[in-house]
Write a protein that binds this ligand. Sequence first.
Ligand code: FES
Length: 201
Amino acid sequence: MSLKKVHDEQPKEFKFSNENSKKAEEILKKYPENNKKSAVMPFLYLAQRQNNNWIPLAAMKYIANFLSMPYISVYEVATFYTMYNLAPVGKHFIQVCTTTPCLIRGADKIVKLCKEKISPKQNELSKSGNCSWMEVECLGACVSAPMIQINDDYYEDLDEKSTKNILDSLIEDKPLKPGSYRGRANTSPEKKQTINGENHA
Ligand code: FES
C-alpha cells in the first residue's frame, strides 16, 4: 500500500469503545500504578481488534495519552512487532509462513497462489476488496507445514489444491474451516500407528 493511501486511510480520532474501555481498565489492574505503560502491548492489541485489524496513528496517540507515555514509545512498540498491522488489511487477513520447514514443504507455492488470487504484492487488498496477504516468519506450527494463518485461525498441512480452495472461499466471503487439510486431528499421526504395540493414532 502506498504511503499516500495509508495516509488517506488514517482516521483523525480514535478512542476505545465502551466495551474496550472496560477491558482496558481490567488490563491496567494487572500492573503497578507506576508502571501502567507496561499495558501498551495489550492496549495496541485491543485497538487493532476494534479498528478492523489495523492500528491507526490516532490510536497510538490515544494509548500514549491513556498510559501517560510518549507517543514515540508507543510507535516504537507498534512498529517493532509484525503482529501489529499499521495499515488497512483485508477482512480475511492471510499470513503465509515462509520459514524453512514450511518452505521445504511448499510454502513458495502458497505464496505464488496468493500472488495470483489475492494480489501480486503483499499488503494490498484483493480485487474483491476483502482479502490481503503477507509473508511471515515461523508461526509455531512447523509440524503441520506448510501452513497459513487467516485472522485467528490456522490452516495446516496444505498443498496447492487445498490452498486454492481456501483462497477461493475467502474471495467469495465463505471461508472454509480451519485445521488440518490432511485430515489429522491436531498434530496426531494420519493413520493408526503403533509404538511398541501401543496404538498412538
Ligand atoms: S516454519 Fe512454518 S510454522 Fe514453523
